[in-house]
Design a protein around this ligand. Structure first.
Ligand code: GUN
Ligand code: ZN
Length: 442
């Protein structure tokens, strides 16, 4: 069943009463960064946040006849942001393989071939967007397939729900089956066509998307880097240092590069608005370069555990002040849920003796991601003027969640329970630009 956009009169002030949480900074470094209201009110108009704060205080600013939507007992937070996933891989999620490279050959390339069929692309895009919204994800950085039309199908779907999404056409001209190969020139031309049509059309944003260094010739990387320079407002997304065999392969393909990341660096691809997935096998030199250039990391724990790629080192990343966010990396990732992703991120850190607080996990899935995408002030928190993308979380979504959260003694404990025990069932409603885009069935 298709999710419809349900909007009360868009221009009229809407108010939502609930427990309210958002961040103004990284709670790992700033104790004042958590905006938490036990009895809160979120006021929006024309799809933007007017105010977020205490109910008692803010109620007085409202006209007498303002309708207040009553979500008391529930928790409202900004919509989740998933900074890396592949919509063409929806139908092959949960396909086991002996590591990244065999997984790509055996499942990924064959399924992505199907996106030559535009009808299939539209059908998958619709399901994919439904699934994101069911999980409370209102913004994502999405890979299409190598087919230009796959990106068109995705943007049409996203635009029809008025979502803030980023997407791009995979550029891939070598080391893949011929049925998925483009050429350096056509990939650049098609990417530019997509940029001109879709970047900043409504809430849509485009990413230049070379799949990863092994599947791009030097001339394709060169043309991608020219696009990166010509369009500084457009995103760049790719993969780096995910798997040891992949890292060795890159070393043999690019013998002059100092490291895998250095391949991208040598093409001028480290810059703000670039999103690098995985970043497991970086060295400190790489981490410093990413920090200096404001290149961001998409940490993909469910994917990295599923494929046996490795454990992301949060402590070293923090030491180098890297821009961090969480991502599902569907279909190597095993869930669309950012709550589930937090759960696995916590365990990945734990395996290395690092403690990630629940506050930090929720920050990484909201404002941390917005900052990584240079979108602070637009999405990721409830600052005045931000776009009203938010979710209503049900702390009693399952009997176990209800029982465990009923005696949580702090916000940290409450959020930790949600991260460990929650999933799509905890998302009661999802709002995009102030409109309902998902409501959980009873
Ligand atoms: N590296 C290159 N392509 C892919 C992909 O589709 N998924 C993952 N996890 N890694 C990749
Ligand atoms: Zn990926």
């Amino acid at each position: 069943m298709r999710t419809t956009v349900e909007c009360h009169n868009k221009n009229i002030i809407q108010a939502y009463r609930a427990r309210l949480l958002h961040f103004t900074n990284d709670p790992a470094y700033d104790q004042q960064s958590t905006a938490w209201f036990e009895d809160g009110l979120l006021i929006i108009a024309e799809g933007k946040v007017i105010a977020a704060g205490n109910y008692d205080q803010l109620k007085q600013t409202l006209a007498e006849d303002t309708v207040i939507h009553d979500y008391r007992g529930k928790l409202i937070i900004p919509g989740f942001i998933d900074t890396h996933l592949h919509y063409p891989q929806t139908d092959m999620i949960a396909s086991p393989a002996d590591g990244l490279l065999p997984w790509l050959e055996r499942y990924t390339f064959p399924i992505e071939r199907k996106f030559a069929d535009t009808n299939y692309a539209h059908e998958v895009a619709q399901f994919f967007v439904d699934e994101l919204l069911r999980c409370g994800t209102t913004t994502a950085m999405v890979y299409g397939s190598v087919h230009q039309e796959s990106v068109e199908a995705f943007f049409l779907e996203s635009e029809s729900r008025n979502l803030r999404m980023v997407a791009g056409k995979v550029m891939m001209d070598r080391n893949c089956p011929t049925f998925l190969q483009d050429s350096a020139e056509t990939s650049a031309l098609q990417t530019e066509t997509i940029i001109k049509k879709w970047h900043r059309r409504g809430r849509q944003l485009v990413a230049i998307t070379p799949r990863f260094a092994p599947t791009s010739s030097e001339s394709q990387l060169q043309l991608a880097s020219e696009l990166v320079r010509a369009y500084p407002e457009v995103y760049l997304q790719t993969h780096v240092s995910e798997n040891v065999n992949e890292v060795a392969w890159v070393k043999s393909l690019f013998p002059k590069a100092r490291s895998y990341l250095d391949v991208y660096d040598s093409y001028g691809m480290l810059r703000p608005k670039s999103m690098y997935a995985h970043c497991i096998w970086l060295d400190d030199n790489d981490r410093t370069r990413m920090m200096q250039t404001q290149s961001a990391v998409a940490v993909c724990p469910t994917s990295n555990l599923f494929l046996g790629s490795g454990l992301f080192d949060f402590e070293r990343a923090d030491k180098h002040q890297q821009l961090l966010s969480l991502a599902t990396d569907v279909g190597a990732g095993t869930s669309f849920s950012m709550l589930h992703t937090m759960n696995e991120a916590y365990k990945v850190a734990r395996m290395q003796g690092t403690h990630l607080s629940a506050l930090r996990l929720f920050y990484l899935a909201t404002l941390g991601a917005a900052r990584s995408m240079q979108l602070e002030g637009t999405i990721g928190n409830f600052s005045t003027g931000a776009e009203a993308d938010f979710i209503v979380l049900d702390l009693s979504a399952t009997p176990l969640l209800a029982r465990r959260t009923s005696h949580a003694e702090s916000l940290e404990e409450l959020l930790f329970c949600l991260a460990m025990l929650g999933d799509d069932r905890a998302v009661l409603a999802t709002y995009a630009a102030g409109c309902v885009v998902h409501k959980r069935a009873h």
